[in-house]
Design a protein around this ligand. Structure first.
Ligand code: ATP
Ligand code: MG
Length: 362
């Protein structure tokens, strides 16, 4: 791997000479390396092998990243530091494809920054909301087309098509034993498709969405400890920006684990909800449409519902999509996410009141 990495790095239009290439962390999706250069004036770089199983069209993904970061650079005081900078190859391509068919990409390493692994306080939930809110605000006037790098992502109509096919096929012979759980999905079908219809008919506008809103994808300035920018832009696409909020709420606000077998552990923390939304609105309030305001609190219910559906659908399919650690893992996940959904439904009036209160104070 050592020499091969140097050869790959050499394909890119780097400044300075490479002193060292070393692995960074243990990302779920990509293999990430830091390229250190010898000269003080030359930047260091991030080299990534992009996972082309998850991302079947890496060239389109890199085009998306290039368009979005180019736009953000026109909006910020320090374009080198306040978004990613993609480094092309010496041939001017945004990626390098190696002899084995792997795709590689490089961006500038942004120095003097920190990331957090877990958002386990309201202060970090606020920062996480601020990071995604800022990203969306910088792109609120972006109107170029973006490639759909993951087909049907958060598209409820597409999900229900998959769902209907899965229930009908009953591949693992489990449908008969899942009457109650299937009822959880069916009783909300109309409501969820009703929301999605507003996205389809343009009532809720299409925006640039980040689609991987976890706190480790927000870079912070090491000195000021303030949000610097959103990174890990592989999943950037066009959709309703409410999907980013909903997905963040699903993970940030859960008092238990996504696959918690102890359902009493699972609930939505209203304090984490408030903190995330406050952070988000601190950057995004000025660019939100009326329809986005109206559906903001609902977004958490929408994405959590989708996750219940997806876990249950995978269980019905015989566990082919999500990796499982034990036989009924997908069913345990289904029940835990359903408990979270119920908790959000029970607190929905409060969630809406928080949003309304914040709207009045801007
Ligand atoms: P994961 O699957 O865990 O999200 P990933 O494989 O998608 O990881 P990234 O999120 O792009 O990889 O990067 C992993 C980590 O590397 C980030 O959380 C951050 O700490 C660091 N990092 C990535 N890009 C940069 C950059 N341009 N400057 C400084 N640090 C960076
Ligand atoms: Mg990441």
């Amino acid at each position: 791997m050592g020499q091969q990495l140097y050869n790959i790095a050499g394909r890119f239009d780097l400044r300075g000479t490479i002193a060292e290439i070393k692995p960074l962390g243990d990302g779920f999706i990509n293999d990430t390396f830091v390229i250190k250069t010898s000269e003080a004036e030359a930047p260091d770089y991030i080299l990534q092998r992009k996972n082309h199983v998850v991302f079947p069209d890496v060239p389109a993904m890199m085009e998306n990243i290039q368009k979005v970061t180019t736009h953000i650079k026109t909006k910020v005081a320090n374009p080198e530091r306040e978004t990613l900078t993609v480094i092309p190859t010496t041939d001017g391509a945004l990626y390098h494809k190696d002899a084995e068919g792997n795709f590689w990409a490089v961006c500038t390493f942004i120095p003097n920054t920190i990331t957090y692994d877990r958002a386990d306080s309201t202060a970090l939930a606020y920062q996480g909301g601020k990071g995604i809110g800022r990203f969306q605000a910088q792109l609120a006037d972006f109107n170029e087309p973006l490639a759909e790098v993951i087909k049907g992502f958060h598209n409820m109509r597409f999900r229900f098509e998959q769902w209907d096919a899965a229930v009908k096929a009953d591949k693992a012979g489990r449908v008969a034993s899942l009457t109650e759980e299937i009822g959880w999905i069916e009783s909300r079908r109309e409501e969820m498709l009703g929301f999605w219809a507003l996205v389809e008919n343009g009532t809720i506008p299409m925006r640039v969405t980040h689609n991987d809103t976890k706190i480790s994808n927000i870079l912070f300035d090491a000195d000021t400890k303030d949000v610097l920018c959103a990174i890990d832009l592989d999943t950037v696409m066009s959709s309703t920006s409410l999907n980013d909020v909903g997905d963040a709420l699903r993970s940030y606000t859960n008092t238990g684990a996504e696959d918690d077998p102890e359902l009493e552990n699972v609930s939505m923390s209203i304090d984490m909800f408030r903190a995330y939304i406050e952070g988000y609105l601190s950057e995004r309030a000025a660019t939100l449409s009326e329809s986005e305001w109206e559906w903001l609190a609902f977004s958490g219910r929408f994405i959590t519902f989708e996750q219940v559906l997806r876990f249950l659908m995978d269980y019905i399919d015989g566990d082919t999509y999500y990796k499982i650690k034990y036989p009924d893992h997908n069913l345990v996940r289904t029940r835990a996410q359903y408990r979270l959904l119920e908790s959000m439904e029970a607190q929905y009036d409060q969630m809406k009141a928080i949003v309304a209160g914040l709207k009045e104070n801007i």
